[in-house]
Ligand binder design. Structure first.
Ligand code: HEM
Length: 603
């Protein structure tokens, strides 16, 4: 008996062709006829007499049956599926075994995919090995192979003790110049080989990216030169580069104005302690805003109205670091104060963008198409105005200004803080510096004179060597690629770098390699740079290298040398008031944890 016949006999109605079709459309197989019938019978009594089409019945009284029927249809469909898989109707086993089997099949499929990926990786690796003679990296810092959790407690301990960079030196001493590290689900290659760094930053520049940077930095910086890759980065760089031309950074008049603000805050009695590092952070935000916006925020003059921006900027940077540490988990990170800080900073800079666009429009009307700064070289050049002249995209200008402000402010201040900490600890070096600048007889130096001061340059170089302001850096492999060194037991063979691997280079440790800098590599000795024989090339990398080399390098060196010369002219004695040695404070940049506390005696 068919299901239709069984229903028909249960309700006592005549069979019809339509009924059969509907029933078969509803996919009611024979073996479910009882269940089918019990659902259909009550519907027979409904007004429309559509007893065999319960899903069409509009009578509210039958809504329960309708629900039941829908549920029933689902179950039938599911049973059909399971039956087809098992091909063995009629048992309890038929419900569960196919389900188990399905999971099993899924597992097999997953394993097959993993196997295929691994095989592909092996084939690619073999091709690379053949082509470049790659060998695997012999040593790994992480012993636990899955998530690399074993190294985390040690890292936390050293972060707490402010010795994470020193710890880095020990690890490289133990594991060699290139080794691997497991960082949760990702694997990383750590290196201090100049040849590898050259490959990452220059020779194979296109194989690497910094997409990991965008997520944490975006809320503050938007998308600009410092946090983007590829085309976007290239157009940012092209937009900004002309503003770092030589005649632009050689404008020392603005720096001298700020030096006077700085001097006004320095006690000259030889016994009052002052933290120079703290003042240098204020000096550099003043000079950076003057350079970028044409107006300094004037923190050295304590112009209270605008200190809100500085406070917000400091807090926003801390939040950026936190987001960076959280990595992908940062999407769950919520910090109201950080959101407010991003907004305050961007709104603050937006005013200068608006003003710059207004100025650019006025200039365009006055001067026609030519860039105004070409014809008026003597006029003070303002970075934001120049950008507004080159693009009509306001958002772009805002983002680039935020990027350059972040890249340029703390870096220079940190260098000055580290440098003065070491100079105060070494009175003989301070004395030598003072003799070098004595020929100026107290007048301010020109740009050309600054560049000729060998010992001044050597002190700056040495500070950047011993305490590089950006001590660690990393790039992500965007494609399968190869590093020239680190493979095999002796670490001298090339290494295969699978796509997605992080390659981390540690400038702090590399700058202390005794094979490059000699047995006194841990000492602050500017003399090592004096005869010009020390040429570490990619072994000395305070400003990075390759297409992404620091665009503000010349600006920073000019600014730092200027401050150094003016301080050496002004103060005879720079006495350190820090009892201990230099200690690290590692945030976005590396500076001295205890500042640079000194007593100053004027010349
Ligand atoms: C002592 C001072 C400075 C040091 C040690 C320094 C160091 C660096 C380093 C290491 C990078 C490369 C970052 C990376 O790609 O991972 C960099 C990039 C950059 N720096 Fe500097 N910097 C200093 C000062 C400045 C100043 C004063 C400015 C601007 C006024 C500036 C603007 C930039 C910009 C815009 C980038 C990004 C370049 C790009 O990705 O194409 N820097 N800097």
């Amino acid at each position: 008996m068919t299901v239709v016949e069984s229903v028909k006999s249960a309700v006592g109605l005549a069979d019809t062709q339509a009924t059969r079709e509907e029933m078969s459309a509803a996919r009611l197989p024979l073996q479910y006829r009882d269940s089918c019938a019990h659902l259909l019978i009550p519907l027979n009594r409904c007004r429309q007499q559509e007893w065999y089409l319960p899903w069409k019945c509009e009578d509210e009284r039958h809504s329960y049956e309708k629900c039941q029927y829908e549920e029933f249809k689902k179950r039938v469909a599911k049973m059909d599926e399971l039956r087809a898989a098992k091909n063995a109707p009629n048992s309890v086993v038929q419900t569960y075994i196919p389900a188990v089997k399905m999971h099993f099949l899924l597992l097999i499929a997953a394993l097959a995919i993993i196997g295929a990926v691994a095989t592909r990786r092996l084939i690619t690796e073999r091709q690379f090995r053949r082509q470049y003679g790659c060998q695997p990296i012999a040593r790994s810092y992480s012993k636990e192979p899955f998530l690399g959790l074993d190294t985390i407690p040690d890292t936390i301990r050293h972060v707490r003790k402010h010795k994470i960079l020193e710890r880095g030196c020990e690890i490289f001493r133990t594991y060699g110049n290139t080794f691997t590290l497991k960082e949760l689900q990702r694997s990383a290659i750590m290196t201090i080989e100049p040849e590898n760094i050259k490959a990452i930053l220059s020779l194979k520049f296109k194989d690497y990216g910094i997409s990991h940077r965008l997520e944490p930095f975006k809320p503050l910086l938007g998308e600009g030169i410092f946090d983007t890759d590829g085309e976007h980065w290239a157009s940012s760089r092209a937009l900004i580069r002309p503003s770092f031309a030589r005649d632009q950074v050689a404008d020392l008049t603005s720096l001298e104005g700020l030096i006077q603000d700085l001097f006004a805050l320095l006690p000259c009695d030889g016994k009052t302690v002052v933290d120079l590092q703290d003042l240098f952070f204020r000096y550099t935000i003043d000079s950076a805003t003057d350079f970028l916006f044409g107006q300094s925020v004037g923190t050295l003059k304590k112009s209270q109205s605008e200190l809100g921006f500085v406070e917000a900027f400091n807090y926003a940077q801390k939040a950026v670091i936190m987001r960076g540490m959280l990595g992908r988990l940062s999407m769950f990170y919520r910090d109201r104060k950080a959101d407010d800080s991003y907004r305050i900073c961007r709104n603050f800079v937006q005013q200068f963008v608006d003003e710059a666009f207004y100025a650019a429009e006025v200039k365009k009307e006055q001067t026609g198409k030519e860039e105004p700064y070409q014809e008026a070289k003597r006029q003070k050049r303002i970075f934001s105005h120049e950008l507004a002249w080159r693009t009509s995209d306001k958002r772009r200008v805002l983002d680039e200004l935020m990027n350059v402000l972040l890249a340029g402010r703390d870096t220079t201040a940190s260098l000055l803080g580290n440098l003065f900490f070491m100079l105060a600890k070494n009175p003989a070096i301070w004395e030598k510096l003072r003799s070098e600048v004595a020929f100026l007889q107290g007048r301010t130096p020109t740009y050309e004179e600054l560049r000729c001061l060998k010992y001044v340059q050597s002190c700056v170089n040495e500070s950047l060597r011993l305490h590089p302001v950006v001590p660690r850096n990393q790039r992500e492999a965007l494609v399968d690629t190869v590093l020239p060194l680190g493979g095999g037991k002796d670490g001298l063979s090339p290494v295969f770098v699978p796509k997605g691997t992080m390659v981390c280079y540690n400038v702090y440790v590399m700058h202390r390699r005794v094979d490059f800098y000699g047995p006194d590599a841990e000492e602050f000795r500017p003399e090592r740079w004096m005869d010009g024989k020390l040429q570490p090339r990619w072994g000395y990398l305070p400003f990075n290298g390759g297409p992404r080399i620091c665009i503000g390098q010349r600006y920073a060196l000019t600014e730092v040398s200027y401050v150094l010369v003016r301080m050496a002219q002004k103060f005879r004695i720079l006495q350190s008031m820090d009892p201990g040695p230099w200690e690290e404070a590692l945030a976005l940049t590396l500076c001295s944890r205890n500042g640079a506390r000194v007593c100053l005696t004027p010349a």
